[in-house]
Design a protein around this ligand. Structure first.
Ligand code: 5GP
Ligand code: ZN
Length: 116
């Protein structure tokens, strides 16, 4: 289930500290170590899945749980009314650095479009 040398699997296992703001049977959410907005939270599945471009079978259903968790985390951070952005990066051109599926929840400032 956990992948060796995966930073996010180590956070799920409690082997690396993280500022966890939400958890349920499927997902964990914690503050990004290098925030790109006043609120920057990552939502990950407990199960190791590489990313959006590598989902197999039932793994796609994780995304529904993750998005529901993201909306709850954003609401608890006071972002529902002002607004926020949810991002998934995949592979080199997408800017993916950690190969364990995750949503970025970004808020607390006006987002620009198109993203860089
Ligand atoms: P990606 O570029 O893969 O979409 O995003 C990976 C994110 O994970 C980055 O925003 C990065 O700052 C964050 N990150 C990398 N290592 C750690 C860590 O050890 N702890 C936390 N909380 N965030 C991390
Ligand atoms: Zn992992």
């Amino acid at each position: 289930m956990a992948a060796p040398d995966c930073i996010f699997c180590k956070i799920v296992a409690g082997e690396i500290p993280a500022e966890v703001v939400y958890e349920d049977v499927c997902c964990l959410a914690f503050r990004d170590i290098n925030p790109q907005a006043p609120t920057h939270i990552l939502v990950i599945p407990r199960k190791h899945v590489t990313g959006l471009g590598d989902l197999e079978g039932a793994e796609a259903s994780l995304l529904g749980n993750m998005l529901a968790a993201a909306a709850q985390v954003a609401d608890e951070a006071g972002l529902t009314e002002p607004g926020y952005r949810v991002v998934i990066n995949w592979n080199a051109d997408g800017g993916m650095e950690v190969p364990h599926l995750h949503l970025h929840v970004l808020g607390g400032r006006k987002m620009s479009w198109p993203p860089g």
